[in-house]
Ligand binder design. Structure first.
Ligand SMILES: Cc1cc2nc3c(=O)[nH]c(=O)nc-3n(C[C@H](O)[C@H](O)[C@H](O)COP(=O)(O)O)c2cc1C
Length: 325
């Protein structure tokens, strides 16, 4: 189901924004066409940006990774924003700048509030969304402190605001849902590039590069015993063993198919390790059936499970290692 994050863009002590965000969340929660999560930037205290541009989706700081995971988990957003000095609150802009690919190909709508309703903040957020490849929907909710808040502090929106909010939510859900095929395409491209990283690392016999492709808790059902290789160290030990046999390693992957759903993806294809052995013999290797499970916990796609196998002949109980895809 489409998931929409309602991002509260003020962390100021004494803020009124929490009342507005709760109002949006409560109204949105009555809908059946999407799931809604309130995202409070107070729960994601980020430093002023210290990360390199987030185009790779890999981040150094644990706080960025946690924030990236939240943004990645949403298909669209309602940004609830005040206006500070005719502009976007710094804390919201900083959070938007911290990650990049996680925002791409999603949709956003805006609920603004402030002395004169916060519309100028929204105008600027629309520009930021353009840079982040977030499709901004036109309907918006604008809440001036003088008319929608008692004493400028207690939120008492007019009933007419509900119709405006409903229209905004209609658009955010529709756009977020419609963009899903494009997002799957982006994820698939990122996963294919991860598998290219594996091939490059194998050819270079680079164990450290391989380490980056696997989750620390990867469980691998490789062709060799034991039944399972648990953890990245066990997986790397297996690859290290291959490197001791081969002087020169090659790896081919054919007929790769990838299916993505949220932060999990499954790929399958046929893989073959080949190369030149230490004794100079050229080894063609054997084709195995390969399955990969990827997870993206906000730190890029990594392999959490893989499986390599050959069929076996029931009569003899032996593996059949000479099949070609
Ligand atoms: C630093 C600062 C600048 C502000 N500048 C504007 C402004 O330019 N236009 C406006 O309409 N309201 C402005 N306001 C009023 C805020 O929009 C209003 O205080 C709102 O309640 C702030 O949201 P918050 O309480 O959730 O932080 C400003 C408030 C602050 C704190």
């Amino acid at each position: 189901m489409t998931k929409i994050g309602i991002v509260l863009g003020s962390t100021r002590p004494g803020r009124v924004g929490d009342q507005v965000a709760r109002w949006v969340h409560e109204r949105a929660g009555r809908r059946a066409d999407a799931a809604f999560e309130l995202v409070d930037l107070r729960d994601h205290p980020l430093p002023h940006l210290e990360e390199p541009p987030g185009f790779s989706g890999r981040y150094a700081d644990e706080r960025t990774r946690a924030w990236a995971a939240v943004v990645a988990s949403c298909d669209g957003f309602v940004l609830v924003t005040p206006e500070y000095n005719h502009s976007v609150p710094g804390v919201l802009k900083n959070a938007m700048d911290h990650v990049h690919v996680e925002w791409n190909t999603k949709a956003a709508g805006f609920v603004s509030y402030g002395g004169v309703g916060g519309a100028r903040s929204v105008e600027q957020l629309r520009l930021v969304c353009g840079a982040l490849q977030v499709a901004d929907v036109a309907p918006q909710v604008t809440l001036p402190l003088a008319t929608e808040f008692e004493n400028h502090t207690v939120f008492r929106p007019g009933d007419y605001q509900l119709a405006a909010l409903d229209t905004l939510l209609d658009h955010v859900v529709a756009w977020s849902t419609a963009l899903a095929p494009l997002r799957r395409g982006d994820a698939e491209a990122a996963i294919r590039s991860r598998l290219d990283d594996v091939i490059e690392a194998l050819r270079a016999k680079d164990l450290e590069a391989l380490r980056r492709v696997y989750a620390p808790d990867v469980v691998s059902f490789d062709v060799e015993p034991p039944l399972q290789h648990v953890g990245v160290e066990a997986k790397l030990t297996n690859w290290a063993k291959v490197f001791t046999f081969f002087e020169k390693v090659d790896y081919e992957l054919r007929d790769l198919t990838i299916a993505v759903s949220g932060d999990l993806a499954v790929g399958h294809g046929f893989g073959r390790v080949s190369g030149t052995l230490k004794n100079g013999v050229v080894a063609d290797g054997m084709w195995v059936r390969a399955t990969f499970v990827f997870r993206n916990a906000g730190d890029g796609w990594v392999i959490v499970h893989d499986q390599a196998s050959v069929p076996f002949d029931i009569a003899t109980g032996r593996g059949v290692a000479d099949l070609e895809p």
